[in-house]
Ligand binder design. Structure first.
Ligand SMILES: Nc1ncnc2c1ncn2[C@@H]1O[C@H](COP(=O)(O)OP(=O)(O)OP(=O)(O)O)[C@@H](O)[C@H]1O
Ligand SMILES: [Mg+2]
Length: 328
């Protein structure tokens, strides 16, 4: 594996939930490449398929959810070709995930220490207790929680501390890739900010890559170098976080999301949402799935599925950017 082997390479991935009322196409032909030590942001409205994609990468899809096409490689290995034993060693060791609403994922009847120890020892049974303790203390230092809290139970800690413990557990085994699914959403803004600063610091010292999932564009722009924008199961735009502002070339959906952020004008705070709702994934609109909500939709958008049009960084999947639509 060379230094530039992507830590994550998703090709043409599709995932569907089989339900009694039909197949919900939650992820539809997604491509994404995450490089060593890179942070990519993944944004999109609720229900756009962000968590489904993350679970597919971790091979943690449950029950009715199924990968229906494409491939996922982590550190050059096809995640779906690993046998159970290999997968058990690979997950958490090489790829880890901080789950949405992770704070409640801690075991309420186990001390923090026990939970960190169990995670480490289940993957590194040969490590001595002293080595494990040293790593546990190092992790506590990294997430800036007093080591004395190794002896605490989750309910004795604040929400922010619990979330930082979850992050510490996720990185305990030095994974090369960490998916963080809304890692700070339940927390107040000040706590959020301090945790994100810590994540950035830790990421630099531990040198892993992050797929950072969030609703919040301002957080994503701050954390990530590149940003993927997801709508109805597709990544409709891949862009550079520096250009993530109004007035730059974007997918109309991205512009809509940007306009939905409170904008501080000279006198007022203006918020404009995107009209309408995301589509029913059981019966998607024809053509571009965004066309019924798009203020600049053209006739062809109703019938022709747009292809990705390369931009200086990334691409935009919208007819406005095809050669014929060169008025933009
Ligand atoms: N168990 C399930 N059965 C059927 N459909 C499901 C199931 N879980 C999720 N879905 C559907 O799959 C789509 C994608 O859901 P997903 O949770 O991946 O979105 P998300 O982008 O993570 O949203 P959020 O921002 O709210 O976390 C949604 O339309 C959702 O209704
Ligand atoms: Mg989600």
């Amino acid at each position: 594996m060379s230094e530039n082997t992507p830590v994550l390479e998703i090709k043409d991935l599709s995932v569907a939930y089989q339900t009694p009322t039909g197949s919900v196409e939650a992820v539809r032909g997604v491509n994404l490449t995450l490089y060593p030590e890179e942070i990519i942001g993944l944004v999109g409205e609720s229900g756009s398929g962000k968590s489904t994609m993350a679970f597919a990468v971790m091979r943690l899809l449950k029950g009715e959810a199924m990968v229906t096409g494409g491939s996922i490689k982590v550190l050059g290995k096809d995640v779906y070709s690993l046998n159970k034993k290999e997968l058990r060693q690979f997950r958490w060791d090489q790829m880890a995930m901080v789950f949405q609403s992770a704070m409640s994922a801690l075991n309420p009847v186990m001390t923090v220490e026990k939970q960190i120890f169990d995670t480490i020892l289940s993957h590194r049974p040969q490590m001595s207790r002293q080595e494990v303790r040293t790593r546990a203390e190092e992790l506590m230092d990294m997430v800036r929680i007093d080591r004395k809290h190794l002896k605490s139970y989750p309910h004795e800690l604040s929400g922010g501390m619990r979330q930082r413990i979850v992050i510490a557990i996720a990185i305990a085994l030095h994974p090369k890739m960490v998916i963080m699914d809304e890692p700070t959403t339940a927390l107040d803004v000040v706590v959020q900010r301090s945790i994100l600063d810590q994540i950035k610091d830790i990421q630099k010292t531990e040198k892993f890559s992050i797929l950072f999932i969030s609703h919040d564009f301002s957080l994503v722009a701050e954390m990530a170098s590149r940003v993927a924008i997801m709508y109805a199961g597709r990544i409709v735009e891949m862009t550079d976080s520096h250009t993530l502002k109004l007035g730059e070339k974007h997918h109309p959906y991205t512009d809509g999301l940007l306009r939905a952020i409170p904008q501080l004008t000279s006198e007022d705070v203006v918020i404009e949402g995107i009209a309408g709702n995301p589509p029913d994934l059981r019966s998607l609109p024809s053509g571009c799935a965004f066309h019924p909500r798009c203020a600049v939709a053209m006739d062809r958008c109703k019938s022709e599925v747009p292809i990705p049009h390369p931009q200086s960084i990334g691409y935009i999947e919208c007819h406005l950017y095809s050669e014929e639509g060169s008025h933009v």
